[in-house]
Structure formats: C-alpha cells, structure tokens
Design a protein around this ligand. Structure first.
Ligand code: PMP
Length: 394
C-alpha cells in the first residue's frame, strides 16, 4: 500500500485504543474496570441539550461562519473575560471541533518544517504527534525526578533559533498537577521577550496566566467544553489569539473542515450561557473521587504519588515494581481486567496514569485489583466479577 511516510509514522492515540479495548472486553461481558478514561460520566447540561434541540427542530441546519456562530463567539468572549480578566474581540476567537483541533490549527499555522515545539513532560499524548503531523520537531523537557513541576532553567537550555512555541497544560493531563503561578508568569515573560508562541492548553481550566494586551501577545489560549461540562461528544473547542494568527487559523480551518456543526455550536452556547452550578457539582464529585484515589494509593506499598490538584487523573510512580509501564499496563489488563494508561505514552516511564472520573466503586476495586497483582502483602484471593481468582505469581 502506498501511503506517505509521515502518515505512516503517526502513532495511534493510545488512550483511544485503550477505550476500544475496554469496550470490546465489556461487550464480551468481562468485568472490566476502566481507570484509563478521559471523560466524566455526567449527562450533558440540560441547557446544552435544549439549545441544540431547539436549533435542530428549526430544520435550518446549514454552514456557519468558519470561525463559529456570532452568538457562540459572544458566549466564549463573555466566559473568557469573566475567567481571565482579558478583553477579547470576536476577531480573536475561532471555534473548532474540540480543543484538539484548536491545538492542531495553531501548530499548522505557526510552524515551518523542522521548527521546534517545546513540550513539558509529563504531557498529553497528542502533542508530539500533532507537532510531527505538521513536519515540526517536538522537544521534550523533563522535570526533576520526583516532581511534576517544570523549571524555566531546563526550558532555557533547549531553546534555540528553531524554537517556535512552548505548549503548557495546567492543570496537567496526565499528572493532575497545577503548575506554580510564578513559573507561568516567568514563562509568559520569557516567551514574550523571545518572541516564542506560548500555547496555553487550558482545557482543565484553572491556569492563572499573566499576559498583556491580546494583540501584542504570542500567548494563545485553548479551551473547550469537553472537560468543563463533561461534553466530550459534542466536539467543540476554541482558541483565543491575536487577530493576525486567528485570521490565518480561520483560513486553515476553512480549507480543512469549513466549520463545526451548527447544532453542536448551539449546545456549547447553551452550556456556557446556562446555570454554572453543573461545573461546581462536577468539580466536587471529582474532588471527592480524587480523595478516594489518593487514600487508596497511600496504602499501596511502594507506590509513590504526587497528589493531583485538578483534572481527573493522577500519575503514580510504580518504579518500585517495574520501569516498564507498557508491560505493567498489559499485565494489569490481562490478570485483573483493569485498564490503565502506560506513563511512557506521556513521557514518564515507570508511571501509570489512573483516571478517577468513574465511580467510587471502580476506583476502590480498581486499586484493590492492582494491589492484588503487584503487592505480596495484599490478600492472594480476589473476586473479579463472578470469578474467584487466586494469585500464584508472587
Ligand atoms: N488537551 C488536553 C490536555 C486533553 O486532555 C484533551 C482531551 N483529552 C484535549 C486537549 C482535547 O479536548 P477536546 O475534547 O476538546 O478535543
């Protein structure tokens, strides 16, 4: 088969692959526990549903402007001004098919072949692949062992004349860590001074970023409804950037997907304009789940955890058991039907990303099963679904 070298080199998204594996096992009736998921279980906000249903029943479902409907953009501007204390104009906003496409649009619009993008480990799995997809070169900066806080001095060491952008994601997927405010402030200043784009992926929304007038900044803010409202399936995200870059991204998107669906844009508008207590409820549920996850992992011999401050992930260190996270993840799936994501995928070998957006029962049972596989001090019998299993390998 004749396909391009570049396309062939792009890896499958490991998280999407694991979701599929878990779905197939569940379909077979297996008692799978999914600690790999990246979406909360809540129903979409009623306002989002009503708003998209109202649009749908008009039957008037056509293209929208490439950069999004004026009313959704207005809602995004209101939201950004409220949360970031920055003045934003419609020309700074472009709505895309998820924050994923927003990040891609930015990278496509700023990178020449072989130019570099600095990515801070542990990082969201898609960043390096997306940089490669536009013929760029990902440059990974790893924090000091035992911390997930990046250091500006380490970033400075790899900055060169090829550096076009730095991607920062805080609260961070996969570690759940929130970067220190001083670090973000220093990073913004550094990027502005050097003329480097700073792509702020704020999909887990909390980051305090200290910028200037939006037209004179190379800070690009990416956000969306996937995590904030648990509306992953609606595929709406957006970017806020200076007008020049936004108009270029609009041309790029216009040639690629034209625009996103008007029905889904209506849903996003509904969510942004509706009651925001849903976000508080979601956050409280996740905080409670986080507490349970941390509690369960604390009693796990040899596992080291930096407790997450946000998101619905944590990245415990399993190096006391093994440095090979892919093997470990496979073993846990095979022996105990628990889905986890290998830390290697996020640039953090020897760790596993565990998600706590499922039920408390799943978190408790999931960790119990992992302990059963690894920890000789845990009971050597366990029930997985209807089956009683006896450990005979430790
Ligand atoms: N950025 C990060 C850090 C993410 O974790 C995700 C989703 N897993 C995205 C972007 C993509 O979000 P969306 O669903 O809006 O494309």
């Amino acid at each position: 088969m004749s396909v391009s070298q570049l396309a062939r080199s792009i890896a499958e998204s490991p998280t999407l692959k694991l979701n599929e594996e878990a779905r197939l096992l569940r379909e077979k009736g297996e008692a799978v526990i999914h600690l790999g998921a990246g979406e909360p279980k809540n129903k979409a906000p009623i306002n989002a549903i009503l708003s998209s249903a109202a649009k749908l029943v008009t039957g008037d479902i056509k293209y929208t402007p490439t950069d999004g409907t004026p009313s959704l953009k207005k809602a995004i501007i209101r939201y950004t001004e409220e949360n970031y204390d920055r003045l934003v104009a419609p020309e700074n906003v472009i709505v895309s098919a998820g924050a994923k496409q927003s990040v891609f649009n930015v990278l496509y619009s700023i990178l020449n072949p072989q130019e570099e993008v600095i990515i801070l480990a542990p990082y969201w799995v898609s960043y390096p692949e997306m940089v490669r997809m536009v013929y760029g070169v990902p440059v990974i900066v790893t924090p000091e062992d035992g911390t997930f806080q990046p250091r500006l001095e380490d970033i400075k060491k790899v900055v060169s004349s090829y550096t076009r952008a730095i991607i920062v994601n805080s609260p961070n997927n996969p570690s759940g860590v929130v970067y220190k405010e001083e670090f973000i402030a220093e990073l913004v200043e550094f990027c502005e001074a050097k003329g480097i784009y700073l792509i702020v992926d704020d999909i887990y929304h909390k980051l305090v970023f200290d910028g200037r007038d939006i037209e004179n900044t190379k800070v690009v803010l990416v956000n969306g409804i996937s995590k904030l409202y648990g509306m992953t399936g609606f595929r709406i995200g957006w970017s806020i950037a200076n007008r020049k870059l936004t108009s270029i991204m609009t041309n790029v998107q216009g040639q690629m997907t034209t625009t996103t669906s008007v029905i889904l844009q209506a849903a996003a508008e509904g969510a942004l304009m509706g009651l925001q207590s849903i976000v508080d409820n979601l956050r409280l549920t996740m905080e409670n789940n986080r507490n349970v996850m941390v509690q369960e992992l604390k009693s796990f011999n040899g596992v080291h955890l930096i407790p997450p401050d946000g998101t619905f992930y944590c990245l415990p260190d399993f190096r006391a058991y093994t440095k090979k996270s892919e093997e470990l993840s496979q073993t846990l799936l095979k022996k105990a039907l628990v889905v986890t994501v290998p830390g290697k995928e996020f640039g953090m070998e020897g760790h596993l990303r565990l998600s706590f957006c499922g039920s408390i029962k799943d978190i408790k049972q999931g960790i119990e099963r992992i302990k059963w596989v690894l920890d000789p001090c845990s009971p050597n019998e366990i029930y997985i679904g209807e089956r009683k299993l006896v450990r005979d390998w430790l």
